[in-house]
Design a protein around this ligand. Structure first.
Ligand SMILES: [Zn+2]
Length: 196
């Protein structure tokens, strides 16, 4: 359920909380980085360098954590000259503006993940999606590495209803995008790349 916020014609806000997905398994916390324990056997990991990159090796079983980025997807959607941003309901950077999206599940195509995330967060699906660019970042300060595929999306018709990981959605004109309230540097880069 949504309501129009007075004074903000394009503003939609979730009513009665931020949805029923708080603490859902797909909400990744920014805590477990760098990794401390082996995912294979539970023993403590030791960090080492390899070709200038940080790695972690298990002293007991030899399992190596390479720290490669986790794949995420976001959508750039427009209405006229305005672009849709969503307000993050959960850490990291709860309360800041973001592009809608989320993490790609195992055995899921990235384009299908955009459709699923938009349905979860906004109640609309993907009618057309085109890959614009890829950006890399950390999931919060000191968080695990993330690689985000940025899609230009035409959504399916229907009302936009913020839910799940999104507390608010709002259309921003190009000149009014609140870059200082967008916490992920990669999302600021993605928006600037879109407008170039
Ligand atoms: Zn181990």
């Amino acid at each position: 359920m949504i309501e129009e916020r007075p004074g903000f014609p394009g503003a939609l806000r979730a009513v009665g909380g931020v949805g029923g997905h708080v603490g859902a398994p797909h909400v990744m916390k920014s805590k477990p980085w760098p990794p401390r324990f082996c995912a294979a056997c539970g023993a403590r990991l030791r960090s080492f360098g390899q070709a200038g990159h940080a790695r972690w090796r298990c002293a007991r079983c030899g399992f190596i954590v390479y720290g490669n980025p986790v794949l995420a997807v976001v959508a750039v959607m427009t209405r006229g000259d305005r672009i849709l941003l969503t307000r993050r309901a959960h850490p990291p950077f709860a309360g800041t503006w973001d592009l809608p999206g989320g993490f790609v599940e195992a055995d899921e195509e990235a384009a299908d993940a955009v459709d699923r995330e938009l349905r979860e967060e906004l109640g609309v699906g993907v009618r057309r999606a085109r890959l614009l660019t890829m950006v890399t970042d950390r999931y919060g300060r000191g968080g695990f590495p993330v690689a985000t595929a940025v899609y230009r999306v035409t959504p399916t018709p229907g009302p936009i209803t913020p839910a799940a990981d999104v507390s608010e959605a709002r259309w921003f004109a190009r000149g009014a995008i609140p870059y200082r309230e967008i916490a992920f540097p990669s999302m600021r880069r993605a928006l600037r790349a879109f407008f170039r």
